[in-house]
Design a binder for this molecule. Structure first.
Ligand SMILES: Cc1cc2nc3c(=O)[nH]c(=O)nc-3n(C[C@H](O)[C@H](O)[C@H](O)COP(=O)(O)OP(=O)(O)OC[C@H]3O[C@@H](n4cnc5c(N)ncnc54)[C@H](O)[C@@H]3O)c2cc1C
Length: 484
């Protein structure tokens, strides 16, 4: 008789857990997936990526309609937004994707799915609604929840988080957003475009702390031009429910107390890993407020218990969860040692235009004490961008002392798609000369990737030395126009 009920048990049916479950079952492991909610899919599908990107698209269409004349079109008469219709569209997109993340699909792959809140009893056993289940290997993929700090008055004041914001029954007239990370900034622009008066309240002097400040500032200036208010360098003193409105009392950098009033408060102040209620002490698994204590192979302090997704506290993105799920599979099911490597890890903030990132930015290169050079190209020089009505943004390529790429940031239309060329190039160690020599279709936004590499090469190719040599060998006679 087998020692354990399952070869592998997974806690959490979100991006990380589903990746592990699908892979493990297809490799032939007896697999159990336990999910706390009534459906699979996790935050990304229900309260994160999918609803936010659907909302952003709706807000973008409304924004374009408001600016029809910029495209040479007659200005349509616009009705105010009914948020129930927006939510309806969000739900329908989720419903379509839900089929892919259904119990039936996972069962067909060979994985057993159970619902309920699982808690560890010991290092091989979890209890689920009083039932004890054992597995040889466990994977903790329970995700994260919005962090809500103990602000004065918060327990008496209604506030929204990512769990509510996509399912409102009406569009708030005004919204104060606490925090200025990607979720805050994406929602600020989307709600502002739909007609909400939005204020962003942020403790530090800038938004999108992970990005270079010049790129983040360009995003902020764009949002300001669209009507978003920013209160930077402020601390939140308290929040208060005023009946029809809420008040956020803030202290500005010069010590002034200011009251920001809004119909809704959105708390977007980071994420807490869902670990506290899992009985991890009983299993001998160590963690802190950021996430699980893991080695490079994503093993916890119990070598047969792994962690993947937001609980790692590393990069809290769906594609990180998927990647880490793959690393766990290789280690836990195939028993091949594989380390998680984030050197060329990409991400994108889905403002309009988008801000995408891979590898090191200038700030990281500076902090690492590296010698680097920065190469840029502006979207206002990109013919397709101009045809699309979007000349804002630029690409920033960082090269090391040996002129190898350390990283790339792109602020511009569809930057999240454009960065994929760099995902392939950096991971595949493609030479810059190959990128410069490759032909891109015209007119495309992706030409900017080639152009920025061209900027790096043009100083070398069209140098005085090369010109002199050509003059010598082929009797070239120099400029035909202007002063030499
Ligand atoms: C508003 C918003 C927008 C986002 N947009 C993007 C984006 O555009 N791109 C991107 O890459 N990422 C985005 N993210 C981040 C992304 O959603 C997460 O990184 C991703 O969902 C993490 O996957 P996960 O599997 O770790 O956790 P989750 O997807 O949250 O899954 C964890 C699952 O575990 C379950 N669970 C918890 N406790 C237990 C328990 N005790 N027993 C059983 N089950 C349990 C939960 O119910 C949940 O279903 C966004 C997040 C938010 C909030």
């Amino acid at each position: 008789m087998a020692q354990f009920d399952y070869d592998i048990g997974i806690l959490g049916g979100g991006s990380a857990g589903l990746t592990v479950a699908a892979g493990a079952a297809q490799f032939g492991a007896k697999t159990l997936l336990i999910e706390k909610e009534k459906v699979l899919g996790g935050d990304c599908l229900h309260f994160g990526c999918v609803p936010s990107k659907t909302l952003i698209k709706t807000a973008h269409v409304y924004h374009l309609m408001k600016h029809a004349q910029r495209f040479g079109l007659p200005q349509p008469g616009l009705q105010p937004v009914d948020f129930r219709d927006v939510s309806g569209r969000i739900r329908s997109v989720i419903d379509t994707i839900q089929k892919h993340d259904s119990v039936e699909r996972f069962c067909s792959l060979g994985a057993k799915v159970l619902f309920g809140h699982a808690v560890f009893n010991d290092e091989h056993t979890v209890s689920l609604d009083g039932r004890k289940i054992t597995a040889k290997t466990w994977v903790i993929a329970t995700g994260s929840s919005p962090a809500v700090p103990k602000l004065e008055g918060i327990e008496r004041t209604p506030y929204l988080t990512n769990r509510d914001i996509f399912y409102l029954d009406r569009l708030p007239k005004s919204m104060a957003i606490l925090g200025a990370g990607p979720i805050s900034i994406e929602m600020a622009q989307a709600f502002c475009r739909l007609g909400t008066r939005v204020s962003v309240i942020q403790r530090s002097s800038r938004i999108l702390a992970r990005e270079d400040s010049d790129m983040a500032d360009a995003v902020m200036q764009n949002l300001k031009a669209e009507g978003v208010d920013f209160h930077l360098d402020t601390s939140v003193l308290s929040v208060q429910d005023l009946g029809d409105e809420r008040a956020v009392m803030i202290k500005t950098i010069d010590g002034k107390a200011v009251s920001v009033r809004a119909e809704a408060i959105l708390v977007a102040l980071g994420r807490d890993p869902n670990l506290r209620t899992l009985g991890l002490d009983q299993a001998g698994v160590e963690y802190d407020g950021k996430g699980l204590r893991l080695d490079a192979r994503l093993r916890t302090t119990q070598k047969h218990i792994f962690g993947a997704g937001d609980v790692t506290g590393t990069y809290q993105f769906t594609h990180a969860a998927g990647y880490e799920g793959g690393v766990v599979l290789t280690n836990a099911v195939l028993h091949l040692p594989r380390r998680a490597d984030y050197a060329f890890f990409p991400w994108c903030t889905y403002t309009d235009p988008e801000l995408a990132h891979i590898g090191m930015n200038e700030t990281a290169a500076k902090e690492a004490g590296l010698h680097y050079t920065v190469w840029t190209e502006e979207f206002k020089m990109n013919d397709r961008g101009l045809a699309e009505g979007e000349g804002l943004g630029r690409i920033k390529l960082i090269l090391d002392a040996k002129e190898k790429p350390l990283g790339v940031q792109i602020l511009g239309l569809h930057a999240g798609e454009l960065i994929s060329e760099w995902v392939a190039a950096l991971n595949g160690k493609v030479k810059l000369s190959a990128l410069a020599g490759a032909v891109h279709p015209y007119p495309t936004l992706a030409e900017i990737n080639k152009r920025v590499v061209g900027n790096y090469f043009s100083g070398k190719i069209f140098s005085d030395k090369v010109k002199k040599a050509l003059r010598f060998f082929f009797s070239l006679r120099g400029r035909a126009c202007g002063v030499e």
